[in-house]
Design a protein around this ligand. Structure first.
Ligand code: PPS
Ligand code: MG
Ligand code: MG
Ligand code: MG
Length: 455
């Protein structure tokens, strides 16, 4: 029985435009910027609410090869639109990078997976994505203006025996950045040196906080899924005064149409079944994004394979499921028992009347599944003493909320992104639901069963 079975809204195609340098640049920004300026007084439409006009002006210090000038409503600063635009483009690039590294990991027998101090896995992809995103954001916005909280550091890479690993990261980063023009971004004039790459990774050393703006990056969320050839996500969010205001989730193995996802059979089988024969470039993955306050979230296909720039220019609105009957609802949770108590959620499921098998998926693809309406509930109850990190949740929270869902801790309070790198004060666990009715039921069930749990 397929676990994913809802249908999607019709695709919203947008045309490509050609600029004066003969580089195809996307006007997909239309599909992005609509997120900021959704206005209840506007006529309702499934199309992104933005108009574009061509201009000869290019941001003088920008790395973005665009000559599309956005026509924005006066209420929002134009810099917000640029942030989301750059974020979506760089996440697209990062997803391609990850796909290549994952293929290589799966096809080679040599061990390319490293262990960090806490024994968690890390790969060339984690460091390479962090370096790439850091470099692009710094180039585009100016390194002085960019503050990034991210998962990885250079500790392992700086080890005496890490020369080969570091070389592989530098090569992977340069390969990825050389494709920047396909995504409407400028890459470096000269290939990055080892020191540049290390610098880009280490620059992501912000510790967050309650004031100002900072980016939050999980370069590969669900690294375990990644190394197993399964689901993972590239997650980038912008936090402003302690609240996530922008979220982008790149899901390279989560197809636009979930009917193509045969989860029980293992993802590798799905890839090999689909990849040679598919015609749509976005068949294998998707990128989902949202902007706080827009009341909308969007999904576009993942680009891959083509030599020349073929920007998808299609974004479709996504929305949470309308199912509020527990008997029809599906809940998702981490794959590993070590990351979330399966026995506690099984008890909750029973008491609330959930009948479907849990959907166990690696990474923030779980948040994507709720936002797309593929499942109704996400629950995570980590062991006592584990502190959730902001990069594991920030992008997913804003996307689910804008797609119409609810995300809180088990006490019903919003997740607090203002206290540094951890979700300090988190009450017991995380509960995300398609709607308030299901959410209330779960919260009440947690209260009723917490005392007798061993958590
Ligand atoms: N002990 C423990 N408890 C709870 N959570 C933990 C724990 N250890 C790690 N992590 C974080 O979980 C992130 C992966 O979450 P997933 O939902 O993908 O988990 S699972 O692999 O599906 O079980 C994972 O993110 P990545 O490191 O980016 O993969 C970690 O940040
Ligand atoms: Mg990790
Ligand atoms: Mg993570
Ligand atoms: Mg990670």
């Amino acid at each position: 029985m397929p676990l994913f079975c809802a249908s999607f809204a019709a695709e919203v195609p947008l045309a490509l435009v050609q600029n004066r340098r003969n580089i195809f640049t996307p006007n997909h920004v239309g599909s992005v910027c609509c997120l900021f300026f959704h206005n209840k007084s506007r006529p309702s439409s499934s199309k992104p609410l933005v108009s574009l006009s061509e201009s000869n002006q290019t941001h003088p210090s920008s790395t973005m090869e665009t000559q599309n000038k956005l026509v924005l409503t006066p209420s929002e600063p134009e810099e917000y639109s640029k942030k989301l635009e750059v974020a979506v483009r760089v996440v697209q690039m990062a997803c391609l990078l990850c796909q290549r590294v994952q293929e290589s990991l799966l096809s080679k027998s040599d061990d390319q997976v490293q262990s960090k101090d806490d024994k968690s896995p890390v790969t060339i992809a984690d460091w390479s994505v962090q370096a790439t995103v850091s470099w692009v954001l710094s180039e585009f916005f100016g390194s002085k203006n960019v503050s990034i909280v991210a998962e990885e550091d250079i500790q392992v890479l700086s080890g005496a025996d890490a020369g080969g690993l570091l070389e592989a990261v530098v090569k992977t980063v340069n390969e990825c950045l050389s494709e920047a023009p396909r995504f409407g971004l400028k890459g470096p004039v000269l290939a990055l040196r080892t020191t540049d790459v290390l610098e880009a990774i280490s620059r992501c050393n912000s510790t967050g906080g309650a004031t100002g703006r900072f980016w939050v990056l999980d370069p590969v969320d669900g690294t375990l899924g990644f190394v197993r050839g399964d689901q993972y996500a590239v997650a980038l969010a912008l936090i402003e005064d302690g609240e996530p205001v922008l979220g982008v989730l790149g899901c390279p193995n989560y197809p636009m149409k979930k009917e193509w996802l045969s989860y029980q059979n293992g993802y590798r089988r799905t890839i090999s079944k689909l990849s040679p024969s598919t015609s749509e470039s976005g068949d294998k993955g998707c990128v989902i994004y949202a902007w706080k306050g827009s009341g909308k979230a969007w999904m576009q296909p993942l680009l891959h394979g083509e030599k020349k720039l073929v920007w998808p220019n299609s974004a479709r609105p996504i929305h949470v499921s309308s199912i509020d009957n527990p008997a029809l609802a599906t809940f998702c949770e981490p794959v590993e028992k070590a990351n979330s108590s399966h026995s506690f959620t099984a008890g909750l499921a029973h008491s609330v009347g959930l009948r479907n098998q849990p959907l166990r998926v690696y990474s923030m693809v779980k948040y994507a599944a709720i936002a797309r309406g593929d499942a109704e509930i996400f629950m995570k109850f980590a062991r006592a003493g584990y502190k959730e990190k902001i990069w594991d949740h920030a992008a997913g929270v804003v996307i689910i909320q804008e797609a119409g869902g609810v995300v809180t801790d088990a006490g019903g309070h919003p997740l607090d992104f203002s206290k540094g790198i951890y979700l300090e004060g988190l009450d017991r666990g995380i509960i995300a639901c398609a709607g308030a009715k299901l959410h209330d039921k779960i919260i009440r069930a947690v209260d009723a069963s917490w005392g007798s749990s061993s958590l």
